[in-house]
Ligand binder design. Structure first.
Ligand code: FAD
Length: 412
């Protein structure tokens, strides 16, 4: 049987980065990848342009992983966004910061990022084997035994970096969680995150493509408010998307009602007064023109009177009090019922994964199985849009490698 010091399952950003930083004199690292090439998901990230990280400070980062930011603190501090930018710049892939703090390679090619990682693995002597899905992992008292279709091998240290279960065509099909569970780990229920919302009978399907910057909204479940949100919202043919919706999707469930403030950040009473003033100033104008004059996109303004049951060319003078109330309702809290969330085939990341309380946040080592490590999206971590997921994959991969290097150097 082939014997290795370290075996890594999955050559995505987390596994590649781990392998690069774990190799060293006297450490033989085997990196097993299911696909015929490494980093397929990385190559399509940011629509192929790779939003690799964000330029925010550590406080910004910690607030962008839902309730699980705390766990990531040691990893994010061990390998920061600045360290990541420096790493790639030293490899002649310069980065630039764009609007909202997103960081991209200047070339806007995710492939460049993937090539650097693959080349570094080769240069540092990592044995990268593609087309080798790991089907089973066992722990004996001294080593891990791994089974692929063509081989069985052993390793003293095992790193599971096989990703989540979203976008399965990229190779991340939940194997990481299955392997971790078979070694005794608890898996928090997985589901789609950073995913669009499907709205039953979506009234704005004809407006697909319209987006709203910084739109306030609230999410309701059984008539109780779950949370208030704000962000860029995009109408699609089937419902809602855009960063503001995607970032909150981890906390939204089918059946919830999303109430959009289509008129922007304005309180209902203040908007009612503003609307009434506009009507009083121009009573002969059509309702749709008055609404458009209040900063609502014209195509949406044309649609709203009909949705409120008001004849299309009614003027302000014709508007009844009840009609005005219905319009104000639509403009400040337009209720849209979520029929479903986009499933794992369209979700950008996976919610759930290896339970964090069973993993040492300072080393990424399992608290249950010594010598077993985790890195990347296989963990119960999902970040917001903006580069937070790739940074988490790189930082957790780096921290786990640092733990192994530390041990190798001290001979433990
Ligand atoms: C369309 C899209 C766009 C995205 N854009 C961005 C972005 O711009 N910025 C950002 O921060 N994040 C983005 N993300 C999220 C980001 O790509 C992931 O969070 C990140 O790739 C996770 O890295 P990972 O190494 O943990 O897992 P993955 O990238 O999923 O890699 C895991 C690897 O393990 C392999 N594997 C799985 N099972 C096995 C097995 N049994 N044996 C061997 N190998 C196995 C897989 O084939 C895969 O190559 C995007 C995601 C998607 C889907």
């Amino acid at each position: 049987m082939e014997q290795y010091d370290i075996a890594v399952i999955g050559a995505g950003p987390a596994g590649l980065f781990y392998a690069i930083h774990a190799t060293g004199p006297g450490l033989c690292v085997l990196l097993l990848e299911k696909n015929q090439q490494p980093g397929l998901k990385l190559q399509i990230s940011g629509t192929g342009q790779c939003n690799i990280t964000h330029d925010g400070d550590i406080r910004t980062f910690l607030s962008r992983y839902g309730a699980h930011g705390r766990f990531l603190k040691p990893a994010l501090l061990s390998f920061t966004n600045l360290a990541l930018i420096r790493f790639f710049e030293e490899q002649h892939v310069p980065m630039e910061i764009t609007e909202g703090g997103k960081v991209f390679p200047v070339s806007r090619k995710a492939r460049d990022v993937c090539e650097v990682l693959t080349r570094e693995c080769q240069d540092r002597g990592v044995l990268l084997r593609c087309g080798e899905p790991v089907s089973r992992a066992e722990k004996t008292p001294s080593v891990f035994i791994l089974h692929t279709a063509g081989r069985t091998c052993s390793a003293k240290v095992l790193v599971i970096a096989a990703g989540g279960a979203s976008y399965p065509k990229t190779g991340s099909t939940g194997d990481g969680c299955r392997l971790a569970a078979s070694l005794g780990h608890t898996i928090q229920e997985i589901g789609p995150a950073l995913t669009p919302l499907l709205i039953g009978n979506f009234p704005f399907a004809d407006l697909a493509g319209i987006s709203f910057a910084g739109l306030p909204f609230s999410v309701w479940r059984e008539n109780h408010k779950v949370f208030d949100g704000q962000g860029d919202v995009l109408f699609t043919h089937t419902g809602l998307s855009g960063p503001g919706i995607l970032d909150h999707s981890r906390d939204i469930r089918a059946g919830d009602e999303v109430r959009l403030s289509l008129a922007g950040p304005v309180q209902r009473d203040a908007f009612t007064r503003k609307f009434q003033d506009a009507i009083s100033r121009s009573p002969t104008r059509s309702i749709k023109t008055i609404i458009a004059g209040l900063g609502v996109p014209e195509r949406l303004a044309r649609l709203l009177p009909a949705l409120a049951g008001i004849p299309a060319d009614s003027t302000g003078a014709h508007l009844t009090a009840a009609g005005r109330t219905r319009l104000v309702e639509l403009l400040t809290a337009c209720p849209l019922v979520v029929s479903a969330l986009g499933d794992l085939s369209v979700a950008m990341v996976t919610r759930g994964g290896v339970a964090l309380d069973e993993v040492n946040a300072k080393t990424m080592e399992s608290k249950l199985v010594p010598g077993l490590f985790f890195a990347g999206e296989v963990l119960d971590i999902d970040g917001d849009t903006g580069g937070f997921n790739l940074q988490a994959a790189f930082s957790t991969g780096f921290l786990a490698a640092q733990a192994i290097r530390g041990r190798a150097e001290t001979g433990r």
